[in-house]
Design a protein around this ligand. Structure first.
Ligand SMILES: *[C@@H]1O[C@H](CO)[C@@H](O)[C@H](O)[C@H]1NC(C)=O
Ligand SMILES: *[C@@H]1O[C@H](CO)[C@@H](O)[C@H](O)[C@H]1NC(C)=O
Ligand SMILES: *[C@@H]1O[C@H](CO)[C@@H](O)[C@H](O)[C@H]1NC(C)=O
Ligand SMILES: *[C@@H]1O[C@H](CO)[C@@H](O)[C@H](O)[C@H]1NC(C)=O
Ligand SMILES: *[C@@H]1O[C@H](CO)[C@@H](O)[C@H](O)[C@H]1NC(C)=O
Ligand SMILES: *[C@@H]1O[C@H](CO)[C@@H](O)[C@H](O)[C@H]1NC(C)=O
Ligand SMILES: *[C@@H]1O[C@H](CO)[C@@H](O)[C@H](O)[C@H]1NC(C)=O
Ligand SMILES: *[C@@H]1O[C@H](CO)[C@@H](O)[C@H](O)[C@H]1NC(C)=O
Ligand SMILES: *[C@@H]1O[C@H](CO)[C@@H](O)[C@H](O)[C@H]1NC(C)=O
Length: 354
């Protein structure tokens, strides 16, 4: 009995500690009281102390769906000024941070489409383009802090009133993670998908950095597979993909090839990170080996996922044009006994920061 109480106390203490380095702002929320999100347990605060312009609105609740986060119910809109900024202080210069905005229009003013730009300080980060009031849009960047504060700005481009529903900042307290992010390069998220999983996104507390792993609907020509045993992560693993994400994967139902489309919204360099783990105990004579192609170009040869251990590859695509689709293909090598698998895929656009 005593040990149970002790364990309960320890779990609470760890959870409080784990949210250190999180700033979670529910934009457009009235009052000064924080609340705990019932899904993630993350504590959100109102935005008044981070900005002094704009107007608070509530969305039209007709547009809410079961999975819409509660932060989407209010927003702050900026009818005046070409540039309105949130300032977040207490940043450790040189450290890496994940910064994410949530945009849910919910027909609050009856005026869609709307488009505006997101800037990080003086630098363009991405376009937010909302064509349907029920679109739930996240804008996410992983960046190294140039200063001891971040300024996240909404910039009016004469295509409607900029607004924001939530703003989240997560300190990445390890230099081994996101080694491709440095003082000159940030990464803007294109997509981050979890394969073979139940119809539910995975984020904090499964992911200590609160990355959101979107579930990917498995096409009928693939099969979902999962591991009953936990997938391990090496101590210096540069990705730290949550065990819950690594526990599921897809494989072709009756083929030796897995194919994906990767869309580029802007021209530039894209990094693709793929995460794998072998679920089967393979005999001495069995193996699972595959090559990875982009269109017809071989990018990574002879990928061999490790048994119950997170295994990663990365590759880059240089897109000379906007809105191009690339074919990412995983094909078994001729000597492979098993078809390819994949547990999760992340795609980022490199954003050079002057
Ligand atoms: C919110 O959660 C924190 C721990 O994460 C806890 O200390 C606090 O009491 C909770 N607040 C409410 C209002 O439940
Ligand atoms: C926007 O500007 C107009 C005209 O100057 C002013 O009447 C209005 O109060 C301003 N609104 C906000 C939210 O600042
Ligand atoms: C909310 O949206 C629905 C559907 O578009 C509409 O019928 C209703 O009038 C709206 N409510 C308000 C308060 O604007
Ligand atoms: C937003 O997307 C729509 C539909 O794809 C497009 O027609 C429009 O030009 C885009 N807006 C901007 C500002 O790029
Ligand atoms: C950042 O990374 C890029 C690509 O790896 C490299 O070319 C650049 O020199 C790095 N910048 C710094 C400041 O380390
Ligand atoms: C794991 O796979 C088994 C066998 O295919 C299936 O019955 C089970 O529902 C799966 N579990 C999860 C969590 O996907
Ligand atoms: C698998 O593919 C082969 C060759 O295309 C076909 O003959 C067979 O019926 C397929 N089996 C299933 C279960 O779809
Ligand atoms: C990509 O795959 C699609 C469908 O499999 C095919 O139609 C298209 O030609 C491929 N594109 C390239 C550039 O290989
Ligand atoms: C991958 O395998 C599929 C089916 O076996 C084949 O059609 C395709 O050409 C292969 N792709 C590459 C890039 O070799």
């Amino acid at each position: 009995m005593r040990s149970l109480i002790f364990l309960g106390f320890l779990a609470v203490a760890l959870e409080v500690n784990a949210q250190q380095g999180f700033v979670s702002i529910d934009c457009g929320m009235d009052g000064s009281t924080s609340y705990n999100d019932t899904v993630t347990g993350i504590t959100y605060e109102p935005d008044a102390k981070y900005i002094n312009s704009g107007v608070n609105y509530k969305i039209n609740k007709t547009y809410l769906q079961a999975a819409t986060p509660v932060q989407a119910e209010t927003l702050r809109a900026f009818p005046n000024g070409s540039r309105n900024c949130y300032t977040i202080d207490g940043i450790i210069q040189g450290d890496k941070y994940l910064i994410r905005g949530l945009f849910f229009h919910g027909n609050y003013d009856g005026l869609t489409p709307v488009a505006f730009e997101l800037h990080l300080g003086m630098n363009f980060w991405q376009l937010v383009n909302i064509t349907d009031p029920s679109d739930l849009i996240w804008g996410e960047i992983i960046t190294a802090a140039q200063d001891n504060s971040f300024s996240v700005c909404l910039v009016n481009i004469n295509s409607g009133t900029p607004f924001i529903s939530a703003l989240e900042l997560r300190h990445i307290d390890s230099t081994d993670v996101y080694i491709d992010v440095n003082q000159t390069n940030s990464l803007v998220l294109s997509d981050r998908v979890n394969m073979g999983a139940a119809a539910q996104d995975i984020r904090y507390p499964d992911d200590t950095y609160d990355r959101i792993w979107r579930f990917f609907i498995t096409p009928t020509v693939w099969s979902d597979i999962n591991s009953s045993q936990p997938i391990q992560t090496s101590p210096r693993d540069a990705f730290k993909v949550p065990a819950a994400v690594m526990a599921t994967a897809v494989t072709p139902a009756n083929d030796t090839s897995l194919g994906f489309f990767i869309g580029t919204d802007t021209r530039g360099v894209y990094y693709v990170y793929m995460h794998f783990a072998e679920f089967n105990t393979l005999s001495q004579t069995e193996n699972r080996i595959f090559d990875v192609f982009v269109n017809d170009e071989l990018k990574v040869s002879s990928v061999k996922p490790e048994y119950l251990l997170s295994t990663h590859i990365s590759l880059s695509i240089t897109s000379a044009l906007t809105e191009v689709f690339y074919n990412l293909t995983l094909n078994s090598t001729s000597g492979s006994s098993f078809p390819p698998i994949v547990n999760a895929i992340e795609v980022y656009r490199v954003l050079p920061l002057p």
